[in-house]
Unconditional design. Structure first.
Lengths: 128, 130
């Protein structure tokens, strides 16, 4: 017969992580999704305005403060949302632990570098 | 993880139905859109770099491969946005009944196709890309 378990539920839960941020991923995914609805619709109109634009015209469109701000918001929300979504896809389908960690890191690095590159490009266009 | 427990039936067993197809497409379009951000980065970098770089990106977008990518990307964006809206409605507890889940599902399919058509109508009304 095994010894009776004298640990309290609290002792057993300690060290296994806080439950306070358990819904953080879910909530941030929804917040970025909500933000992306108007931003995406606006982004489509921006891209349509660029269809026939030469360099000077395209530069002027993105150079406008309003466009630069919304484009920055779109880019940050997009890469944030993409990271959260790709993370779940990798968690669900990649079975090898090594491959999973590598893929998670690759996705995080890609999204951060993608967001930084885009924002700095927008800043250069906005100030140039 | 080897286990003796019975496994749930997988894709080969289930009869295909709209709700599961849309769920799969939602993930697939999400991954495709994440890959498509490379083009967004390229466009912004080119615009920041100068006329020559911008012309290169424009030429690529006007090529048949570029047009194909843009077309697929535009539909993926519309679908993911409309189906994402459907997910947000589920998140507030609306639309779980089977008939309603099917109705919203077909609505998403129709809306994504109509919006994609509208986008490309705007492109071709301007005389085509680039």
């Amino acid at each position: 017969m095994s010894a009776p378990d004298l640990q309290t539920p609290l002792k057993r839960a300690r060290g296994l992580g806080s439950a306070k941020d358990g819904t953080h991923h879910f909530i941030v995914q929804r917040i970025t999704a909500l933000a992306l609805i108007p931003l995406t619709i606006w982004m489509i109109t921006l891209v349509l305005a660029l269809v026939r634009a030469d360099y000077a015209r395209a530069h002027a469109i993105v150079h406008h403060p309003f466009a630069a701000v919304w484009l920055t918001a779109f880019v940050i929300a997009t890469f944030w949302h993409a990271q959260l979504g790709l993370q779940v896809v990798i968690e669900d389908y990649v079975r090898s632990r090594w491959l999973e960690v590598t893929a998670q890191l690759a996705v995080k690095f890609f999204c951060v570098v993608g967001a930084l590159t885009s924002v700095l490009a927008i800043v250069r266009i906005a100030l140039g | 993880m080897p286990t003796a427990r019975p496994l749930s039936p997988h894709l080969q067993i289930y009869r295909w139905q709209l709700t599961m197809v849309l769920s799969i497409i939602h993930r697939a379009t999400g991954v495709a859109l994440a890959a498509g951000t490379v083009l967004l980065i390229a466009l912004l970098l080119a615009l920041a770099a100068g006329p020559d770089a911008y012309q290169t990106v424009r030429a690529f977008c006007a090529s048949w491969l570029g047009m194909l990518m843009l077309f697929g990307w535009s539909w993926a964006l519309c679908f993911h946005m409309f189906n994402g809206l459907r997910h947000l409605l589920w998140d507030v507890g609306w639309g779980f009944e089977i008939p309603r889940a099917y109705l919203t599902g077909w609505t998403v399919v129709a809306a994504s196709l109509v919006m994609t058509a509208l986008i490309w109508a705007c492109v071709f009304a301007q005389g085509g890309a680039a």
